[in-house]
Design a protein around this ligand. Structure first.
Ligand SMILES: [Fe+2]
Ligand SMILES: [Fe+2]
Length: 227
């Protein structure tokens, strides 16, 4: 049986048992920025049965025949940082401008069908893209080198600012989810439009995993002075 209870924090569950993130996706539970909340309070807010979610988490632990996501809790900070850069930062630098040019194209050709939605999407996405580029530079040029040099005291002073960036990105991704009807394109949408919605969906998923590793594993470890 799962060792978690309704009082367990969502972020702690994701750290202790990475396969639980599959349950969180299934039930739409935010485990990165909302990781500090108890499972019970999140379920209550979303109208979910906490026992059903706990059961699902237990079933994920039992395997269900699927490969388990990596356990980054036991990896070194250097290995975790390297994984974050190659798996999330580098692909984001390619993906953010790619999605922006698709959005420009779809807006230009089809924006007239729903101009308000497209102009809000442009505003939210452009701001998110600019902020994420700047955020990754702060991590790569200041935070990660401090951690790798064992200077956790200096690194700790940056964490509040970086966590606020994560909150802002989470809010923008929720807005994009809403503006794309949870990534369901209309019947008449062209292939580029469909690919754009699907790209936004992948972006949200990757950002959840990325922010989870930073907020729930790397940052607490830095605050605790552990390398
Ligand atoms: Fe990052
Ligand atoms: Fe980050």
């Amino acid at each position: 049986m799962s060792s978690f209870s309704p009082e367990s924090r969502v972020g702690d569950i994701a750290v202790e048992q990475p396969s639980a993130t599959r349950s969180f996706y299934r039930f739409g539970i935010d485990f990165c920025c909302g990781g500090g909340k108890s499972l019970e309070s999140v379920c209550e807010k979303k109208g979910l049965d906490v026992d059903q979610v706990l059961l699902d988490i237990t079933l994920q632990a039992a395997g269900n025949g699927e490969e388990s996501p990596n356990d980054w809790k036991s990896a070194s900070s250097v290995a975790l940082i390297s994984h974050i850069i190659t798996t999330y930062h580098e692909p984001l630098r390619v993906e953010l401008p790619r999605l922006k040019s698709m959005l420009d194209k779809v807006q230009k050709v089809h924006g007239h069908v729903d101009p308000e939605r497209f102009s809000e999407l442009q505003a939210v996405y452009t701001k998110l893209g600019d902020e994420l580029m700047e955020h990754m530079l702060k991590e790569e040029q200041v935070l990660f080198p401090s951690i790798m040099q064992g200077n956790e005291t200096e690194a700790s002073t940056l964490l509040g600012d970086l966590e606020q960036d994560h909150e802002d990105a989470g809010e923008a991704l929720r807005a994009i989810n809403r503006l794309t009807d949870s990534y369901v394109a209309p019947e008449y949408a062209c292939n580029t439009w469909r690919a754009l919605w699907s790209g936004f969906e992948d972006l949200e998923k990757a950002m959840h995993e990325h922010v989870h590793l930073e907020n729930n594993i790397l940052f607490p470890r830095t605050l605790a002075g552990v390398n």
